[in-house]
Design a protein around this ligand. Structure first.
Ligand code: G
Ligand code: G
Ligand code: MN
Ligand code: NA
Length: 255
């Protein structure tokens, strides 16, 4: 695969880069957090979606090093934003299932937060339910260790996996990220409204921070606010993922 061969050069040339999507607090009305998402602008193939290249890198054992690169990019960015009031004070990073269970992840995270002088609480790790399918015990231990080290942990794409509720019971997540599919037909579909409401009150009862992603319309924002006083809203309604510079401009404008 040509992509694999080009990875090192692309990393060096900034053809891989990180974009940020705001998570807007419904109470504070500003981006208190942001999700970091990787992008690849390939000289030959043009834009390659992470949905395509992340699985390829994972299958070839190259994703962990790319994640390490993302971790350092994000911590360096967080350091710069810490002193700026209008910028989010937390950034989340997507972590693949295989890396979650590796002891190297914590080592790398601790190294990065130390290097850039950010607090572990400022870094959130988003993991999906598929992370637990193969080794529940390893994942449990990994999450516990990362939480003990101070990092925030979010269960990503919540609700579409095989056994969501069991995972909520087993793992010490700080944040519940409701999958986009539960907002798509809100507020037109009464059934979907009830399901969304139930997920949110479940998360609230468990004292989890709530994030709803894939929010695209004003009606969805208003409906969400009517359901839940305090939650973070992420989606195209506010902004697409943006390069760091544009993201800063967006935050200044929005605040
Ligand atoms: O941003 P976009 O919707 O194109 O992302 C597509 C998929 O790629 C999403 O599932 C997202 O979680 C994943 N993704 C984006 N960036 C990263 C990353 O840095 N690491 C991992 N593991 N997945 C990522
Ligand atoms: O799998 P994960 O939840 O990490 O993927 C997040 C992805 O969802 C991001 O890559 C982002 O591009 C995409 N996304 C974020 N907000 C919206 C939205 O409002 N609508 C759609 N269609 N996609 C979104
Ligand atoms: Mn995510
Ligand atoms: Na998600």
């Amino acid at each position: 695969e040509q992509l694999l061969a080009d990875l090192d050069v692309s990393l060096a040339k900034n053809e891989l880069f990180v974009v940020y999507q705001p998570k807007v607090c419904s109470v504070k009305k500003r981006a208190v957090s942001a999700e970091a998402l990787i992008r690849w602008q390939h000289p030959e193939f043009g834009f390659v979606s992470p949905a395509v290249f992340v699985p390829i890198l994972e299958a070839n054992n190259r994703m962990n090093e790319v994640t390490n690169w993302v971790i350092h990019q994000v911590c360096e960015q967080m350091k710069q934003w810490t002193s700026k009031l209008e910028m989010p004070q937390q950034i989340s990073i997507n972590i693949s299932a295989s890396y979650l269970s590796s002891p190297l992840l914590k080592t790398e995270l601790l190294r990065a937060v130390k290097t850039y002088d950010v607090r572990p609480e400022q870094i959130e790790l988003e993991v999906t339910e598929t992370s637990f399918v193969n080794s529940v015990e390893q994942a449990t231990r990994a999450i516990e260790e990362l939480r003990n080290a101070g990092f925030s942990l979010a269960i990503d794409d919540f609700g579409i996996g095989v056994s969501s509720l069991a995972y909520l019971k087993e793992f010490k997540f700080s944040t519940l990220k409701v999958d986009k599919s539960f907002v798509d037909h809100v507020p037109q579909s009464t059934k979907d409204n009830f399901i969304l409401q139930s997920i949110l009150s479940l998360g609230e009862s468990l004292h989890m921070e709530l994030v709803v992603e894939g929010v695209e319309t004003k009606e969805q924002v208003e409906f969400l606010s009517s359901l839940q006083k305090n939650l973070l809203i992420q989606g195209y309604y506010y902004s697409k993922p943006l390069a760091a510079q544009q993201f800063e401009e967006w935050c200044i404008e929005f605040t």
